[in-house]
Design a protein around this ligand. Structure first.
Ligand code: PEP
Ligand code: MG
Length: 574
């Protein structure tokens, strides 16, 4: 039966494909199709992995150290029982034979099916055993991954699958960069959560905040993801499918037309040059930034180098990553933000126990509390500055004392390089992110000590309106056009003009073509956004006359009522 689910469209376009229910293990398990003559060997490889884990459990049981908790033995027994259950030890073999897939994939799929069964059990104790199932399956998965089998015949066509998850973390999304799903949908999440930002960076049609999609959708259901309207259609009939195929083609055509603007200068009708830069998460994203002809990197969220691992990246590893971006951009400026972990970007090497992580020891606060981590990163950044035009950006500044402390640590990092005679660019600019209302209101004080400012509107909106950007329950209250938000942006831009310091916007507002003309009218000339949005924003820039937009923007800034603001925005965009 056809069913329509409504949520937040966080990444544009349309996807049509089959549902693949999310599992962590699945994401990490490779997926490939085997030659028929290799299938029995693959079954044997699976059997061997199960036997290895079984032997490990027996060995553990036989050598329980004195003083270990008494439950340990019972616990190992439960794991051994789970492992010998045919649902885990036999069913994956059937999948390998039927689907011709590799053992890791068969196991991950079977685990997911099993866990779903456990989740529907009423009895609390039994339901909790799903964690044991996951742990046992992970052990087998690890054993398999340590002993790879035959080469794949071909990579399975993930491109036709749509990932359906209850929730996804930014770390999960980073793993997606290695997979090619046609789109994804989640029950939780807000439009400017880092998960949504990464979805945009993958350029995948996606809808979030669907509330109960994961429970309603079954594996292999046909789905349409309408990332434009924020709708998911489950089991569409032939007429709806046809309608969406047409819409998708139309959308692709529009995208193709935009490509013609790639080499056009980003200049307004009254000859003002507007800088359109790219936000990236990993060095590999440089290719996409260049592909869209971005003027530079306006925000490299360096923290993504720190996720999905148990240890910290070394100075050398970071240096190589920053150098790759600087060199890859071929002389175009690169703004690298120092570590901004905490809140929804949690890291394994420093578990966050804050009561409210968004207001806790995150970003620059964490770097000041852990100076060794910060100095290692700063040394890597400065070393890379020798190879391209790097600018350093400090996230989440709120107090001037914090800024002084950060600047002192920057001085220390530079000093240590000087002592070692390691070359770096002495002119490397230092900027600060304006993403806390306190920083916006005190922008003048920050501008005195910094070379440039960058408005992080995602957090600025979150902290101004007291709305958790990751919480779908308040996602409808997240409002970039709130008069308070606009007043803070306006004030920061004015301070920049007065002090002769450049101010950019690098939050999601910069990449929303519906807001381009308003921001231009407010005097913004530096935008940084996901590369996929550069051309749509450029299209708006090229049809804008800042001199004509400025008085309209001024009126909108004075308006208070949401309907009036919408009315004026429509006029600005017409
Ligand atoms: C912002 O807050 O607007 C920003 C650009 O930083 P992030 O989205 O990574 O928090
Ligand atoms: Mg931020």
């Amino acid at each position: 039966m056809t069913l329509a689910l409504h949520g937040l469209g966080v990444s544009g376009g349309y996807a049509i494909g089959r549902a693949q229910l999310y599992s962590h293990a699945r994401l990490e398990a490779p997926h490939y199709v085997l030659r028929p003559e290799h299938i029995e060997a693959e079954v044997a490889r699976f059997t061997e992995a199960v036997e290895t884990v079984h032997a490990e459990l027996l060995a553990l049981q036989a050598h329980i150290p004195g003083g270990a908790p008494t439950e340990l033995s019972a616990f190992i027994e439960v794991h051994a029982l789970i492992l010998s259950d045919s649902m885990l030890s036999q069913a994956p073999k059937r999948r390998i034979r039927e689907e011709g897939c590799n053992a890791e994939w068969a196991l991950a799929q079977q685990t997911e099916a099993l866990i779903a069964q456990f989740e529907s059990i009423e009895d609390d104790y039994l339901r909790e055993r799903r964690h044991d199932v996951r742990q046992v399956a992970d052990k087998v998965l690890k054993s398999l991954m340590g002993h790879p089998g035959h080469a794949p015949l071909k990579t399975a066509s993930e491109g036709e699958n749509i990932l359906v998850a209850h929730d996804l973390s930014p770390s999960d999304m980073v793993l997606f960069k290695r997979h090619t799903f046609a789109g994804f949908i989640t029950d939780l999440g807000g439009a400017t959560s880092h998960t949504a930002i990464l979805a945009r960076s993958l350029n995948l049609p996606s809808v979030m905040a669907l509330h109960n999609a994961r429970a309603l959708i079954r594996e292999d259901d046909w789905l349409i993801v309408d990332g434009v309207a924020g709708v998911v259609i489950v089991d569409p009939d032939a007429a709806i499918l046809e309608e969406y195929r047409l819409r998708r083609n139309q959308w692709l055509l529009e995208q193709k037309k935009l490509r013609r603007l790639k080499t056009s200068p980003s200049t307004t009708l009254d000859s003002i040059d507007i800088s359109l830069m790219a936000n990236i998460d990993l060095p590999v994203d440089v290719a996409q930034a260049l592909g869209e002809n971005a003027a530079g990197i306006g925000l490299f969220r360096s923290e993504f180098l720190f996720l999905n691992r148990d240890d910290l990246p070394s100075e050398e590893e970071q240096f190589e990553a920053y150098r790759a971006v600087a060199e890859g951009m071929n002389g175009r400026p690169v703004v690298i933000r120092t570590l901004d972990v905490g809140a929804d970007k949690s890291v394994r090497w420093m578990p966050d126990n804050s009561v409210n992580p968004a207001l806790g020891l995150r970003a620059i606060r964490l770097c000041i509390a852990e100076p060794q981590i910060f100095i290692t990163q700063l040394r890597a950044l400065y070393r890379a500055s020798h190879y391209g035009k790097i600018n350093i950006l400090l996230p989440m500044l709120a107090s001037l004392t914090e800024l002084d402390q950060a600047l002192a640590l920057i001085g220390a990092a530079r000093g240590s390089l000087r002592v070692q005679d390691i070359p770096f660019d002495m002119q490397t600019a230092i900027g600060g992110m304006i993403e806390v209302p306190a920083a916006a209101l005190a922008a003048e004080w920050f501008a005195r000590k910094l070379d440039f400012l960058s408005l992080g509107t995602n957090d600025l909106i979150q902290y101004t309106l007291a709305i958790d950007r990751t919480d779908d329950a308040v996602a409808h209250l997240y409002d970039p056009l709130h008069p308070a938000v606009l007043a803070l942006i306006d004030h920061t831009l004015k301070i920049g003009q007065k002090m002769g310091k450049s101010v950019s916007v690098c939050g999601e507002m910069a990449g929303d073509p519906r807001l381009t003309r308003l921001l231009l009218g407010m005097g913004l000339t530096n935008f940084s956004m996901h590369p996929a949005h550069v051309l749509a924003v450029k299209q708006q820039v090229m049809r804008s006359h800042v001199g004509e937009l400025a008085p309209l923007a001024k009126r909108l800034l004075r308006a208070g009522r949401p309907e009036r603001i919408q009315e004026l925005l429509e006029r600005i965009n017409s």
